[in-house]
Write a protein that binds this ligand. Structure first.
Ligand SMILES: C[S@@+](CC[C@H](N)C(=O)[O-])C[C@H]1O[C@@H](n2cnc3c(N)ncnc32)[C@H](O)[C@@H]1O
Length: 311
């Protein structure tokens, strides 16, 4: 798949709220299968908002979380900070950058639902180079088809087909074509790419599914907004009618009154206060407007580097 730098722009918070979680046993299965003992290094490629960092960081001494999307890295760093996970280095870049990241030797390299986004054969070879002897490349995803179905708790199932049609009515036939392309022409199976690399093959391991996963409406909407094809973007705002209403004030001879800006004045300081509250545990007490993900990311990096230098 061709790399699209905007594919996941704006999706990070929807992702962390809405994507169905992996198996609760994922860490235990990894620990057992790879004989992990809390040492060594993990490189997690396409880390998103820190999904695997939260689950797996305790199994390694150090984790390098790699993603091209700064919003994902910021959200991942925030969530790990909140959970007390402090052995992760957040790095902006793509899988194809692995040779210049200076991460070797790695005990494991993980791709959580991200291997389909890279040039698979080429990247498999790059991973092979940075693994320590006996190290593993681990591709993680949720599997539903062909897996045992737990008994239904009685709620209606999610009407995915109807939701997709609704999305297409807003985003157009280009989105339909994109979705159809994945169904008609699914990407080459990962096993094939790996068998043609120096890994020479692969093994599939299933962690037990979650029998009690019930999604409410907000979670379903967040999940769709976390998809690269359905993320809400400013340029996709539906058209709307604009009307002008003239209503002169009697308070001055010109009939002029301030409007518009006054109603919006409270919002920016409230947003910046919330950001500063979230960053307070790191000792960050200043973010200049506009508070872009890049600026927050930069401030976290600078503070982490200053803290590491002081230790
Ligand atoms: C579906 S999300 C997976 C997030 C997380 N790993 C998980 O398990 O849920 C895919 C992630 O891959 C990242 N990505 C896309 N192209 C990439 C590339 N060429 N190299 C590395 N990451 C990439 C995206 O920015 C996104 O955060």
């Amino acid at each position: 798949m061709e790399f699209d730098p905007l594919a996941f722009a704006g999706t990070a918070e929807y992702y962390s709220r809405g994507r169905p979680p992996y198996s609760t046993d994922i860490a235990e299965v990894m620990r057992h299968e790879l004989s992990l003992d809390g040492n060594g290094r993990l490189l997690d490629v396409g880390c998103g908002p820190g999904v695997l960092e939260l689950a797996l960081a305790a199994l390694f001494q150090r984790v390098i979380a790699l993603d091209p999307e700064v919003g994902m890295l910021t959200e991942g760093a925030r969530r790990c900070l909140h959970a007390g996970v402090d052995n992760v280095r957040w790095t902006q870049g793509v899988a194809e950058d692995i040779p210049v990241l200076e991460v070797a030797p790695c005990r494991a390299v993980t791709f959580g639902q991200s291997f389909h986004r890279v040039r698979r054969r080429e990247v498999a070879e790059l991973v092979f180079e940075v693994l320590e002897p006996g190290g593993s490349l681990v591709l993680i995803s949720n599997a539903v088809v062909g897996r045992p179905q737990p008994e239904s708790p009685g709620y209606p199932s999610i009407p995915h087909d109807a939701i997709e049609e609704l999305i297409i009515t807003y985003l157009g036939e280009g989105t339909r074509n994109y979705l159809e392309r994945w169904k008609v022409e699914p990407p080459e199976r990962f096993e094939v790419a790996l068998s043609q690399s120096r890994f020479r093959g692969s093994r599939t391991v299933y962690a037990p599914g979650r029998p009690d996963l019930i999604r409410d409406i907000d979670a379903v909407v967040d999940n769709y907004f976390s998809m690269s094809y359905a993320a809400p973007r400013a340029f996709q705002v539906p058209s709307y009618d604009l009307e002008l209403t003239e209503d002169r004030t009697l308070g001055n001879p010109l009939g002029i009154k301030g409007a518009g800006e006054a109603g919006a004045t409270g919002a920016p300081p409230a947003v910046v206060s919330a950001i500063l509250d979230a960053l307070k545990p790191l000792g960050i007490d200043q973010i200049d407007m506009p508070a872009t993900p890049q600026k927050i990311w930069q401030a976290i990096q600078e503070r982490s580097a200053a803290k590491a230098a002081a230790e």
